[in-house]
Design a protein around this ligand. Structure first.
Ligand SMILES: Nc1ncnc2c1ncn2[C@@H]1O[C@H](COP(=O)(O)OP(=O)(O)O)[C@@H](O)[C@H]1O
Ligand SMILES: [Mg+2]
Length: 306
């Protein structure tokens, strides 16, 4: 983990992504690493968990900073930027039509994911030297995959625009009116940024940590996630199986749950046999304060051996 610049957590809702990404971020910061913990889940809980309030990057300690990205705000920002880059490319008529279309795009599925990746990529690349680790608590599985695939898609979309822009530029030059081309520069910058970011995502400096519980639906969802990540060429160093029923507890109810869990645990061993796994027991109480988090992060550290 210490060698990873970007650590992305993913999994089904409720399995413990926020809890465990926060625990790992805290753990790494206690080991003297500079960590930025970022949440891209619209259902934010980082600030509650850390008892911190504010906008933008919040300093929980010298070593640990947190940031919640608001997906809707990200969409508005994203559209503004895209429009800016298109303005000089199109005639005023077409531009004003396109502007309307873009504003209706705000509600479209997928808009949030591409806006988030836009923010995430600029933020991380701009501050790459400021932190040893960027730990990202992502939204549930489907969104995360869509978000990561967006990096590729937006890339090719920009390529296409760039090509058109270059042709137009050449045409103007031929017509004897050379002009400073801001749009071209903007597009070029974005293309470079996306290429760099997808390079980072697919390199060994990035790892994806799937989180699941020993239950049917999380197992299935994680299986699909792992397959898809594999196809995309993303690395997985570790799988965290969370909320494992504790040993040595009495009672028929728990006994019955434990019996079912044994089957799921066997299944997890088998279906994810290629991956290193660590198991975190279900605790008596939920994790809702910095103290709880500190305890859990120590446990995580012991089980990960860091
Ligand atoms: N090992 C655990 N023991 C007890 N409660 C847990 C454990 N892990 C997570 N929780 C609780 O489960 C709930 C969901 O966890 P959360 O991290 O918010 O999931 P996600 O971010 O994946 O939706 C929270 O109330 C959290 O405190
Ligand atoms: Mg969460």
């Amino acid at each position: 983990m210490f060698g990873r610049k970007l650590i992305l957590f993913g999994g089904k809702g409720g399995v413990g992504k926020t809890t465990l990404s926060s625990s790992l971020a805290l753990l790494l910061s206690k080991r003297g690493r500079r960590v930025l913990l970022i949440s891209t889940d619209p259902a934010h809980s980082l600030s509650d968990l850390f008892g911190a309030r504010g906008r933008g990057v919040i300093e929980v300690s010298e070593w640990l900073h947190i940031l919640e990205i608001d997906p809707q705000e990200a969409v508005r920002e994203h559209i503004k930027k895209v429009l800016e880059s298109l303005e000089s490319l199109l005639s005023p008529d077409v531009f004003s039509q396109i502007k309307e279309v873009f504003h209706s795009v705000e509600e479209t599925p997928g808009a949030e994911e591409s806006a988030i990746i836009e923010r995430l990529s600029s933020l991380i690349l701009e501050r790459i030297e400021d932190y040893d680790h960027f730990v990202v608590d992502t939204a549930p599985t489907g969104h995360t995959l869509q978000m990561l695939k967006t990096v590729g898609r937006v890339g090719s979309w920009i390529e296409e625009l760039l090509r058109k822009r270059k042709n137009a530029h050449r045409f103007w030059e031929a017509g004897g009116s050379p002009r400073e081309d801001r749009t071209l520069k903007l597009l070029e910058e974005r293309r470079k940024r996306f290429a760099k970011f997808s390079g980072l995502i697919l390199s060994p400096r990035t790892t994806f940590v799937p989180v699941l519980n020993p239950e049917r639906l999380p197992i299935e969802e994680t299986h699909r996630l792992v397959e898809n990540l594999g196809k995309m060429g993303m690395g997985i160093e570790l799988l965290i199986v969370n909320k494992v029923l504790p040993e040595g507890k009495e009672g028929l109810f728990l006994h019955m749950r434990k019996e079912q869990e044994k089957e799921y645990m066997r299944e997890i061993e088998e279906r994810f046999r290629d991956f290193r796994k660590i198991y975190i027991p279900l605790r008596e109480r939920d994790i809702s304060s910095l103290e709880d988090l500190q305890e859990l992060s120590l446990e995580l550290g012991r089980r990960m051996g860091i």
